[in-house]
Design a binder for this molecule. Sequence first.
Ligand code: SER
Length: 337
Amino acid sequence: MADAVKDGSANGHFELYLRLQSGMEKCMRTLLVTGAAGQIGSELTTALAHRFPAASILATDIRHPPEFPENVIFEHLDVRDADRMSLLVDAYGISTVYHMAALLSAVAEQLPEKAWDLNVNSLLNVLNLSKSGRVTQVFWPSSIAVFGPHTPRLKTPQHGVADPTTVYGISKWAGERWCAYYFNRFHVDVRSLRYPGIISWKTAPGGGTTDYAVEIFHQALENKRYDCFVDADVTLPMLYMPDAIAATLALMEVPSQAITVRSSYNLGGVSCSPSQIAAEIKKHLPGFALHCKPDFRDTIARSWPDSIDDAAARTDWGWKHRYGLSDITADMLEHLS
Ligand code: SER
């Protein structure tokens, strides 16, 4: 056990540690989720806890976590702190890391250097733990933001021009190259998905360009109108949270030799514009009105693809999304109301 944990200098939680150790005799593995209070991290943590009831899940974030199932333990972790991450990995015997912590596209534009530091250096911290053999498997999310104005917008191919214009996209593109490099050079079993915009109702997104696709449902129910910060006709790829979680779990369970893309897999689902989402909402709430007041996020959205070719994910590990726009709309409105 790491000394710093023993003497409590790393937020100790010694009792939790002992409980975990005794539990570990019975369980197969201990998984670490970073960014566990975030939109995807929170739902992924819960999904992992249910998927692996005999495992322990160490959820970490710099923010207060939501309520998690019993086999989840929470520790504070700033992912830029390589020493503390390493200490937690050793103390809890972590085998697998889901590294979800990141600064998203809109907020990253306000803090470019912090975004680079957080998004790229924290990934290197995780990859180095795997390189040293302490962690055996890593999941890291990339994004449609790796694509840019010279990428084909329709059915964007897996491999092709990626010229990101945002610091978020640049950090994700660099991260993808690091993942492929660590796999090729050090045989690190790192797996990644290029998430499109993720629509969900449990935990609010924060700081992303695609956040409008979640806000629109909240505002439709609360105010019967939404002032959207991207224009009505801007089409982006989107995915409903249950599909995003299913894809993540599936990718991590497929045998290593089936994976042909070690940078990050394209992941498609629905492609829709604010006006198309609004039209679906109006079927449930006829009085709803969409108004558009594009700001800098409209420019970001316009630099990303309309739709994604995810044939590699479909061929390699059987990816298939379940939720279309009408399913998403009905489910969102039902849960939020
Ligand atoms: N949802 C992200 C964002 O808008 C894109 O991956 O920043």
